[in-house]
Design a binder for this molecule. Structure first.
Ligand code: HEC
Length: 174
């Protein structure tokens, strides 16, 4: 009885006019003139870290990593390098979802983080002086290790940074 009812509901949904109105890709549709070439996947495009940042990160983190604290996007500008000074912080920067789930290859993500952490980059001198650049191999080893309690993990890192006597600006979202 129940399965008959389900089948009936399903038939109605499939046959309903709104069902028909769904967009079904037209197999004979051609690309717009001049747009025939297939797009190169980002991980195979040879863009610079700065361009990759624009394409994959800037939408949330804004041009210079200033972020948008009122939308819960922390400011990275002049601060993000401090994460490298505490235990678990180096891994955190590879594992944070915006970075780990991006369309970038491991090598591209390593280069992008290194670019961000330069003294004249987003980190603005906040990275330790003996900072060892990330490698693609290192990113491969850590990026897929999911952070189970992201807010808790992040705030424990912020507390460790505070314990070093480093000021935590409000925009970093302590
Ligand atoms: C959809 C929005 C979004 C995008 C896109 C995004 N991020 Fe983030 N990012 C966040 C948020 C929110 C946080 C704070 C931690 C969290 O909740 O994930 C964060 C935190 C970070 C942090 C740690 C700094 C901190 O204070 O927590 C780094 C490093 C980072 N992102 C790098 C990147 C990189 C690199 C990219 C691009 C490849 C990127 N993010 C794309 C939203 C984003």
């Amino acid at each position: 009885m129940r399965s008959t009812f389900c089948a009936l509901v399903l038939t109605l949904i499939v046959a309903s006019p709104s069902g028909e109105a769904r967009v079904i890709p037209d197999p004979s549709q051609k690309p717009a003139p001049g747009n025939e070439a297939r797009q190169t996947p980002l991980r195979r495009a040879n863009y610079s870290p700065a361009v990759n940042y624009q394409l994959q990160c800037l939408g949330c983190h804004l041009t210079n990593g200033e972020g948008s604290p009122r939308h819960d996007i922390p400011m990275m500008k002049g601060f993000v390098g401090n994460f490298l000074k505490v235990e678990g912080g180096r891994e955190f920067l590879m594992r944070v979802p915006g970075a780990s789930l991006s369309a970038l290859s491991n090598q591209q993500l390593a280069e992008l983080l290194n670019w961000m952490l330069q003294d004249d980059g987003i980190a603005g001198g906040s990275a330790p002086k003996d900072f060892k650049p990330y490698t693609g191999k290192e990113v491969a080893a850590y990026r897929n290790v999911m952070i189970k309690d992201l807010p808790g993990y992040r705030s424990s890192l912020i507390e460790q940074i505070r314990d070093l006597g480093i000021d935590i600006p409000d925009d970093v979202i302590p």
